[in-house]
Write a new protein. Structure first.
Lengths: 114, 114
């Protein structure tokens, strides 16, 4: 079991550029979550999917953010255009069944927008 | 809305000291409760959980008891080690018949000195 795999580990981009973060969940997990972590706001749930369908995207900060899950083994989080205030660590997590089982987190993508 | 409140850090202790990290929650209904741990440069790892009142979660010498009366889930360990140095997050979730996201506290940074 390779765990939840995120890429890239680090991303530095200029303001206004498009950024795409990638996530491969654990095989057999049917739920996928994107979180953002900053010192000021802590961990924030951005969006989650069940069986590849977006269930709740109320945490997505604004229209510049979008997420897709085209199949059970891949998801992307896109920011277009990026801004310096988007700088954070973005985590993907996956799980199986109800939340009582807990979720497995990836190692995160550290995004810096300059 | 639902929320989790943790004691502010950093918490600095000497090796073999007793640890308590306080966590209280606000929620309508009875959520599942979790403690996650984050080591430097890594994602969050599930440490322990409890799904109903009076349940005790335990793992790696850590314990926490789900107290409905006080809406609390304090984390304890009898004798901490330097390797326990990390950030600890308390979280809650409602299963609702399907997977849903976790609501996290701000995290407590624990530093154990030899």
């Amino acid at each position: 079991d390779a765990g939840v795999i995120q890429s890239p580990r680090h991303e530095v981009t200029e303001m206004g550029q498009e950024v795409t973060l990638r996530c491969k969940p654990i095989s057999g997990h049917n739920s996928l979550f994107w979180y953002r972590q900053t010192m000021m706001r802590g961990l924030e749930l951005l969006i989650y999917f069940n069986n590849n369908v977006p269930i709740d995207d109320s945490g997505m900060p604004e229209d510049r953010f979008s997420a897709k899950m085209p199949n059970a083994s891949f998801s992307t989080l896109k920011i277009q255009p990026s801004e310096p205030r988007d700088s954070a660590v973005y985590f993907c997590a996956s799980g199986r069944g109800g939340s009582n089982y807990g979720y497995t987190f990836g190692s995160g993508t550290r995004l810096t927008v300059v | 809305g639902d929320s989790v409140t943790q004691m502010e850090g950093p918490v600095t202790l000497s090796e073999e000291a007793f640890l308590t990290i306080n966590c209280t929650y606000t929620a309508t209904g009875y959520p599942s409760l979790f403690w996650y741990v984050q080591y430097p440069g890594e994602g969050l790892q599930l440490l322990l959980k409890a799904t109903k009142a009076d349940d005790k979660g335990s793992n790696k010498g850590f314990e926490a008891t789900y107290r409905k009366e006080t809406t609390s889930f304090h984390l304890e360990k009898g004798s901490v080690q330097v390797s326990d140095s990390a950030v600890y997050f308390c979280a809650l979730s409602f299963s609702g018949g399907g997977a849903d996201g976790l609501t996290f506290g701000k995290g407590t940074h624990l530093i154990i000195q030899p």
